[in-house]
Ligand binder design. Structure first.
Ligand SMILES: [Zn+2]
Length: 426
């Protein structure tokens, strides 16, 4: 009994704003602070009338049963009047309350608040980038997408938003970030500026082979997951249009037990486009259709889980295409690699030629290895070394320039004709 009481007290002490009935609990706490009385808490177990006659319960347990009974009566009253939820006005003494569309939330769910604050801006951003229109945003199965994102391994959780936004290590951004003089695709010669959209569409033989392999594996996955045949047929065909846009939205002749829902799913998916499909933006109608299919074949599988895994499969196809691009880009046989290595080697030679003059003591360890040893490192290590040394030299040069300017400013009254310290940048 003591353990139960202590647990109850801990729950009260650690009141969580995202816990159920936070509005009620925080109001009670606020009221307790204002009472000119000392209140002793007591834990009373609920529903004890199911185990003992009412007359054998103590006074507190009887009151608890009465309160439960009144709450149930009120629920029945609401149901009889066609209302699904009671009005929830702000309580007197309630410290903070959140109203969404005029309805008060009983808890302050941080994730929900974050959505309310950031989603409108995010929607506007995607709309301005022509990724999702106001209409197509409503066609996305966001619940399944959220579930899929949480289930993905950490590396794919990081990779997905970077790649979808396009700000990733493709030629276009490597050039913008000054990490490469070339912005072209490392796999084919037909793309002078490689962006994230080119990665799954590259015409290089390795890209075509990788796509074909992953596309077929996707269909095999759908089959092993007992996907409804019409869903499998449509998604397999529609995914082809990532690389062959001229195919357009496929007219699938697959028979469906729910033709109206199937057609709605096709129309809904078409608004999200083939690129959207590859990024895991799927219509919720597929999930509904799959739930009906599982029910028809007597499967106990969850359509929610199926939808989440379907999205993960789609995202993984894009990631496999990215890995193929990376494999080629970092292969020592590629022309991109050769050109990049040449650039980096020139930078390393220049840094060694400049020596330790502007390198702060804390970073001089970078010159511990000989120039030949540094040049023989992997491309990635060479890039890392060059980035570090260039940054340290630039920071130190700026710092020295500021120091020279400070000394010059202090000395200026004695030499009014000069305006700039010797060696300072114009
Ligand atoms: Zn290419």
């Amino acid at each position: 009994m003591m353990a139960t009481v202590e647990t109850a007290l801990v729950e009260i002490v650690h009141l969580s704003s995202s816990g159920a009935q936070f509005d009620l609990a925080s109001t009670i706490r606020a009221l307790l602070r204002h009472l000119p009385l000392q209140v002793h808490r007591r834990h009373v177990k609920g529903h004890l009338d199911k185990h003992r006659p009412f007359s054998q319960l103590d006074w507190w347990e009887q009151r608890n049963v009465e309160v439960d009974s009144k709450a149930q009566s009120y629920c029945r009253l609401l149901e009889s009047t066609g209302r699904s939820a009671a009005s929830n006005p702000r309580f007197f003494h309630e410290p903070v309350s959140l109203f969404i569309d005029g309805v008060k939330s009983s808890k302050l769910d941080q994730a929900h608040i974050m959505e309310l604050v950031s989603l409108p801006a995010l929607r506007t951003y995607w709309s301005s980038k022509d990724r999702l229109s106001k209409q197509s945003i409503r066609e996305v199965d966001w619940l399944s997408l959220a579930r899929a994102m949480k289930a993905l391994p950490a590396n794919l959780q990081r990779w997905t938003p970077k790649h979808i936004s396009g700000m990733t290590g493709v030629g276009k951004f490597l050039a913008i970030w000054n990490r490469s003089a070339k912005s072209s695709c490392p796999r084919c010669s037909s793309c002078p500026v490689e962006d994230h959209l080119h990665v799954p569409r590259c015409s290089a033989p390795t890209a075509a082979a990788e796509w074909s392999k992953r596309h077929l594996a996707f269909r095999t996955w759908m089959q092993t997951q007992q996907t409804a045949p019409e869903i499998e047929a449509f998604l397999f065909e529609y995914l082809k249009t990532v690389r062959q846009p001229s195919l357009g939205v496929p007219t699938v002749r697959a028979w469906s037990r729910h033709p109206h829902l199937f057609q709605s799913a096709i129309s809904s998916q078409a608004t999200l486009g083939a690129q959207g499909l590859l990024e895991g933006l799927v219509s919720p109608n597929w999930r509904h259709l799959q739930a009906l299919h599982f029910s028809y074949i007597g499967s106990k599988k969850s359509a929610n889980l199926w939808a989440s895994r379907l999205i993960q499969q789609l995202i993984r196809i894009g990631h496999y295409m990215w890995k193929d691009q990376n494999r080629l880009a970092h292969s020592e046989d590629s022309s991109w690699y050769t050109a990049r290595k040449r650039e980096i080697d020139i930078g390393i030679r220049e840094q060694f030629a400049m020596g330790l003059m502007d390198i702060p003591p804390r970073s001089q360890y970078l010159f511990r290895d000989s120039r030949k040893t540094v040049l023989n490192k992997s491309l990635e290590d060479c890039q890392h070394w060059l980035r570090l040394v260039s940054r340290e030299r630039a920071i130190n040069r700026r710092s020295l320039a500021r120091q020279r300017q400070m000394i010059f400013d202090l000395a200026r009254p004695a030499n009014p004709t000069s305006t700039r310290p010797p060696g300072a940048s114009p």
